[in-house]
Design a protein around this ligand. Structure first.
Ligand code: CA
Length: 245
């Protein structure tokens, strides 16, 4: 089963070149030449990846990208930019794109980015399936109905969005709180940085997995007895992190 890629480019010769090269690599390719045609094709085809030019007639690529993300379209979107000010729009604003390429680019570079994005999607899908099956096994245990979860002297009250340590409220930044609750929901499970980034920061975020490391470090300083020798959020060598409780 070959992956479907939607190529959105209004310049006929570039659209043709992109489609030709992607087909040669074994992908199924559909094309669109305007923003509205892109939205229509994305909704109809649910492609595995979109190459999206920014300068398009009717509706530009930034608007197309934002609209699709609002509609919970989850496949990777690689923006094609021509000028520096366009790069600023893609990177500076949280429009929900996963990557961008600056024209002119080589086909080799394009293929590498496409492959990387498709591989990332696959890894995340696998990890979600694994976690869901682990959660399913746990579901035979009585569900925790109370909104507060305690891990020793650490308590997370999700109704009040409050975390206490030794009954003292902890000042956590929103992202730290989200990261901690995400860990708590998956206690004992190894979580990769990529997966954490995807689930806690979401599709709107263009960043790398070092963001996760930085927030883990901050969180450790707040919830670990000795942040240099963490026992709550442990590092899994070559993997990611595991919350022990
Ligand atoms: Ca264009």
């Amino acid at each position: 089963m070959s992956e479907t890629i939607l190529v959105v480019e209004d310049e006929p010769s570039l659209q043709e070149t992109l489609a030709y090269n992607l087909q040669k690599q074994g992908y199924t390719v559909e094309t669109a030449g305007s923003g509205l045609a892109a939205l229509e094709a994305a909704r109809r085809l649910r492609p595995d990846l979109i190459l999206l030019d920014i300068m398009l007639p009717e509706l530009d690529g930034v608007e197309v990208c934002k609209t699709l993300r609002r509609e919970s379209f989850q496949s990777p979107i690689i923006m094609l930019t021509a000028r520096d000010d366009e790069i600023d729009r893609v990177v500076g604003l949280e429009i929900g794109a996963d990557d961008y390429l600056t024209k002119p680019f080589s086909m080799r570079e394009l293929m590498a980015r496409v492959k990387a994005q498709l591989r990332r999607t696959l890894l995340i899908r696998d990890e979600m399936e694994r976690l869901q099956s682990e959660d399913y096994l746990r579901a035979s245990a009585p569900p925790a109905l109370q909104s507060a979860r305690s891990f020793g002297n650490l308590t997370i009250n999700e109704t009040r969005r409050e975390v206490t340590l030794n009954n003292q409220p902890l000042a956590l930044k929103p992202q730290e709180y989200d990261l901690l609750t995400f860990f708590a929901e998956h206690r004992g499970q190894m979580l990769t940085r990529e997966f954490i980034l995807e689930r806690v920061w979401g599709w709107d975020y263009i960043g790398d997995s070092r963001t996760v490391d930085v927030h883990v470090r901050w969180l450790r300083q707040k919830i670990e007895t000795d942040s240099a020798n963490p026992t709550r959020i442990v590092t899994v060598r070559g993997g990611g992190y595991r919350f022990e409780g």
